[in-house]
Ligand binder design. Structure first.
Ligand code: SAM
Length: 309
């Protein structure tokens, strides 16, 4: 860790993450960069003006948004090649993450321009950190398609054991949660992170079955900005093939009654206790049948019976 002072070389593109709701979340280094560069390329000059004014920064700005990203990029690359230092920001959060900027960054790499990225706010990571979901990996899916059929089709392609982070617009959040419920099932957990870092921030973790009730509990809950995170599914390594389940059950049945064996097996394999109980009964009766057959075919046993009788 260090608070090394800023050295901006000539001809650099510097991505600067900006607050997602709380103006106080602009880091000291981000402020320093925005104050020192020659130009700030920003999504909406009015939004960035508010941020700059709050920090007494007066650097010139140029709009770079989804509608002019392609046409504005060559001029910015020229300026960078002439030695200008340009910061890139979006309206909120980390630029180029579900926001404009990736086109300019790609062009900078292609032109041999140095790219630097100043870490800072990002809605997805802020929400994920607060989820408490235990998983080794997560999927960042950003915005889903706006139409229900395409949204469900995309969700089906994302199905798997890892948590999935989504951005969703307030007017679609109810429909999206309903689709999540139908694709992932009512018992799968979801994290709803609303208005992060703002006055009415709410973070709720609940089964998908309860999401609509939560959302409609207060009228304001369908407003604002949302990150939705689908919790982890059953870990792939816990979904054992049936032979494995039988092996676990047989081993346990040597030591335990059927109901206890099914309970422990469910814990170990992640499979349904009810199904394991039914299977345990089958295995137990098959074992009893084969023991009877073995007894009746075993001359030593017959002899023993004979002698004891
Ligand atoms: N680049 C941004 C970032 O780094 O997070 C994301 C920009 S994307 C256009 C905007 C979406 O991010 C919103 O629709 C919402 O899903 C999510 N988002 C942004 N700010 C948020 C906040 N304060 N609380 C919850 N979600 C937020």
């Amino acid at each position: 860790m260090s608070t090394q002072s800023l050295t901006l070389n000539r001809g650099m593109l510097i991505l600067v993450a900006t607050p997602i709701g709380n103006l106080g979340d602009l880091s000291v280094r981000a402020q320093e960069v925005l104050r020192s560069v020659d130009l700030i390329a920003c999504e909406d000059t009015r939004t960035t003006r508010t941020l700059l004014n709050a920090h007494g920064i007066h650097t010139p700005m140029q709009a770079l948004h989804q509608h002019n990203e392609h046409s504005a990029t060559p001029t910015l690359i020229d300026a960078l090649q002439q030695g200008k230092r340009i910061a890139l920001v979006s309206d909120a959060g980390t630029p180029a993450i579900s926001d404009p900027g990736a086109w300019l960054v790609a062009a900078a790499h292609a032109a041999g321009v140095t790219v630097q990225s100043i870490p800072g706010p990002n809605a997805a990571i802020t929400a994920y950190a607060a989820s408490g979901f235990l998983a080794e990996h997560f999927v960042f899916a950003g915005f889903l398609p706006a139409t229900a059929s395409k949204r469900r089709a995309t969700l089906n392609t994302l199905k798997g054991p890892n948590p999935i982070i989504l951005y969703e617009a307030p007017h679609r959040v109810a429909a999206c949660l309903a689709d999540l419920n139908s694709v992932f099932g009512p018992t799968r957990e979801v994290l709803i992170a609303r208005e992060l870092s703002k006055k009415f921030e709410e973070i709720a973790r609940l089964p998908l079955a309860d999401a609509n009730t939560w959302l409609t509990q207060h009228p304001h809950r369908t407003q604002g900005e949302f990150v939705l995170i689908i919790g982890p599914g059953e870990p792939a390594e816990n979904i054992r093939p049936e032979q494995d389940q039988d092996h676990v059950l047989r081993t346990l049945l040597d030591e335990l009654p059927v109901s206890a064996a099914a309970r422990v097996a469910a814990h170990l394999t992640g499979a349904s206790r009810k199904n394991l109980y039914a299977r345990a009964l089958e295995l137990q009766s098959a074992a009893a049948d084969s023991a009877d057959t073995a007894d009746s075919n075993n001359p030593a046993h017959s002899q023993h019976n004979d002698t004891s009788g």
